[in-house]
Design a protein around this ligand. Structure first.
Ligand code: NAD
Ligand code: UDP
Ligand code: UDP
Length: 312
């Protein structure tokens, strides 16, 4: 049995990861400051003998004994990471330093939840891992994008300098149950708007694209990466290569939910990437991984979840 630390474990992705780790018999320590996550996401695990929840902010040192670390702590939605941008950079950078320091001391294997945002507004499409990206260093998304880029740098420097076993995954837009209804991300916004009969808010003309991965597929990829051969550092893209415009996504969600909602066009946020689609050939070759859940099926699960949450 591994002692596994999951930072950001009470968030959307982290709580699903905790479920899967506990389910396969690992001894899980979930660390979270509950900025965007909540105890509700892991409440069902609290009675489990091999699950432990600790309130802690990763920008402060943490002394625990573990074998593996999944570092997910960081708000992921633009409205939340822009709420206190200085804290966002601190979480990515100081958080990475502390978790890498911890990994170094206890000789733990450590995985970083990086992001497709490291590619910025890409001119290479789809994005392979070798593409260095096009990121604005001084814009409103920079606290997140540059914080995550610097975290990757730290991971590779600890690997080169201290011979740590590192794993870096670049996660593309992921959705599913336990997204926060007020999270501001496009899938949760559209579904909640459709269920409550409000108009769906399309930013810009809705022709920008994203690729949406269902959470179960993503968590499977993260676990495969953690279990992979010792010298596989990544970065490895994880995401679903199906690519949709925001108009297509809105229409799909409207047809699943029904109701009177229409599309409402609103200003496009600054630095909003035009297009995004992962090249996942590396994950296929190295991890024998590819997503299995079609967008329509994943959306059905997510709609059912939000119907329950919004009815409470
Ligand atoms: P989330 O906001 O639901 O989860 C983040 C968790 O980290 C929350 O529980 C939050 O309370 C916690 N947290 C934030 N700052 C912290 C701090 N200083 N100390 C301790 N805990 C802290 O978001 P998510 O979608 O679950 O994202 C998880 C990770 O995956 C993030 O690192 C994010 O950057 C990355 N990621 C997610 C996506 C996606 O589409 N969901 C895409 C790319 C990358
Ligand atoms: N750290 C931690 N837990 C540990 C070991 C280290 O939080 O178990 C933190 C420590 O506070 C330090 C950071 O990780 O600031 C980086 O540690 P490292 O050993 O790499 O550097 P140093 O301590 O020499 O600054
Ligand atoms: N978006 C939108 N309406 C919303 C929320 C988001 O049209 O209510 C757009 C947003 O401008 C972006 C895309 O949907 O182009 C994905 O946004 P999200 O915040 O989910 O993720 P990210 O921009 O970080 O990929």
């Amino acid at each position: 049995m591994n002692r596994v630390l999951v930072t950001g474990g009470a968030g959307f992705l982290g709580s699903h990861l905790c479920d899967r780790l506990v389910g396969r018999g690992e001894d899980v320590l979930c660390v979270d400051n509950f900025f965007t996550g909540s105890k509700r996401n892991v409440a069902h695990l609290l009675e489990h003998p091999y699950f432990e929840l600790m309130r802690h902010d990763v920008t402060f040192p943490l002394y625990v004994e573990v074998d593996r670390i999944f570092n997910l702590a960081c708000p992921a939605s633009p409205i939340h990471y822009q709420f206190d941008p200085v804290q966002t950079t601190k979480t990515s950078v100081h958080g990475a330093i502390n978790m890498l320091g911890l990994a170094k001391r206890v000789k733990a294997r450590i995985l970083q939840a990086s992001t497709s945002e490291v590619y910025g507004d890409p001119e290479v499409h789809p994005q392979p891992e070798g593409y260095w990206g096009r990121v604005n260093p001084v814009g409103i998304r920079s606290c997140y994008d540059e914080g995550k880029r610097c975290a990757e740098t730290l991971f590779f420097d600890y690997w080169r300098q201290h011979k740590l076993q590192i794993k870096v995954v670049r996660i593309f837009n992921t959705y599913g149950p336990r997204m926060h209804p007020d999270d501001g991300r496009v899938v949760s916004n559209f579904i909640c708007q459709a269920i409550t009969g409000k108009d769906l808010t399309i930013y810009g003309d809705g022709s920008q694209t994203r690729s949406f991965c269902y959470v179960d597929d993503l968590v499977d990829g993260m676990m495969r990466m953690m279990d992979s051969r010792a010298d596989l550092t990544g970065p490895v893209n994880l995401g679903n290569p199906g690519e949709f415009t925001m108009i297509e996504l809105a229409e799909k969600i409207l047809s699943l939910v029904g109701g009177p909602s229409k599309l409402r066009f609103m200003p496009l946020p600054e630095d909003d990437p035009r297009q995004r689609r992962p090249d996942i050939s590396l994950a296929g070759a190295e991890l024998d991984w590819k997503p299995k859940v079609a967008l329509e099926d994943g959306l059905k699960e997510t709609v059912a979840y939000f119907r329950r949450v919004l009815a409470q």
